[in-house]
Design a binder for this molecule. Structure first.
Ligand SMILES: CC(C)(COP(=O)(O)OP(=O)(O)OC[C@H]1O[C@@H](n2cnc3c(N)ncnc32)[C@H](O)[C@@H]1OP(=O)(O)O)[C@@H](O)C(=O)NCCC(=O)NCCS
Length: 215
């Protein structure tokens, strides 16, 4: 399997930038990298079901269905701001009418793990969800042995909701699926603060009479 890291492509707009990573829209050129990461059994055992792998064709199909932002889901490319390199992906699925959603995140380049990028990418996704999608809460479902991911969520303020006991199997052993959630008021919105003024201006009621009078 090729191991070349996702190289910097041309500059792409960063929708939401943090200190070291930013969120951008996915592009077709990202698909081979996502497919490569999803053919790493350690990666897929952490992010999904042990033993799973995704072909390039599967990822292309997924991209064709999910590339557009939807009212019930959104997926971002995670970009290293210093180089423009694609380093991961993440987003929100199952955005409900009750304004709840499920988060997913992955830093695909393993040599970049444990450098704080996953925590920042997760924070940005949460900030996007709370500020722009008006979410009440965000949930994650983590395989119990994925201590690194659990640590990331704990650091951001996610709390344990419960455990689905023994539902994940690996090497003949059963592991719990850990469910955690984060409420809107439990996360300080840092990177979206610059958008707050926008809400203040547009939050004023429209003066319909004034509009008519100005004709
Ligand atoms: C989970 C993932 C997104 C985290 O990204 P990352 O960039 O490595 O995360 P960070 O560096 O921001 O934080 C990792 C934290 O876990 C800690 N950690 C690492 N290994 C650990 C372990 N075995 N047990 C406990 N904590 C561990 C690190 O020390 C760090 O915490 P700290 O900052 O308090 O020291 C990334 O590892 C990944 O993509 N994994 C595969 C896919 C996946 O698991 N996705 C999440 C599915 S729910």
């Amino acid at each position: 399997m090729p191991t070349a890291a996702a190289q910097p492509t041309d500059d792409r707009p960063i929708l939401l930038g943090g200190h070291r990573v930013g969120l951008a829209l996915m592009r077709k050129e990202d698909i081979p990298h996502i497919a490569r990461w999803n053919q790493d059994l350690e990666f897929t055992a952490n992010i999904g079901s042990p033993g799973e792998a995704h072909s390039l064709e599967m990822r292309q199909e997924f991209f064709d269905k999910n590339a557009r932002m939807r009212s019930d889901s959104v997926e971002f490319a995670v970009i290293l701001l210093s180089t423009g390199q694609l380093v991961g992906f993440g987003g929100l699925s199952d955005i409900s009418r009750a304004m709840t959603a499920t988060l997913f995140v992955g830093i695909g380049e393993r040599d970049l793990w444990n450098q704080g990028l996953g925590t920042e990418a997760t924070r940005l996704i949460c900030e996007y969800g709370f500020f722009f999608r008006n979410l009440f809460s965000i949930k994650v479902e983590v395989n119990g042995y994925n201590r690194r991911a659990i640590r990331v969520y704990e650091r951001l303020g996610f709390r344990l909701v419960g455990r689905l006991r023994g539902v994940i199997m690996l090497n003949g052993a059963r592991h719990d699926q850990v469910i955690m959630d984060l409420l809107r008021q439990e996360l300080k919105l840092e990177h979206v603060a610059r958008f707050e003024a926008l809400g203040e201006r547009t939050g004023e009621p429209l003066q319909l009479d004034d509009r008519q009078g100005s004709k």
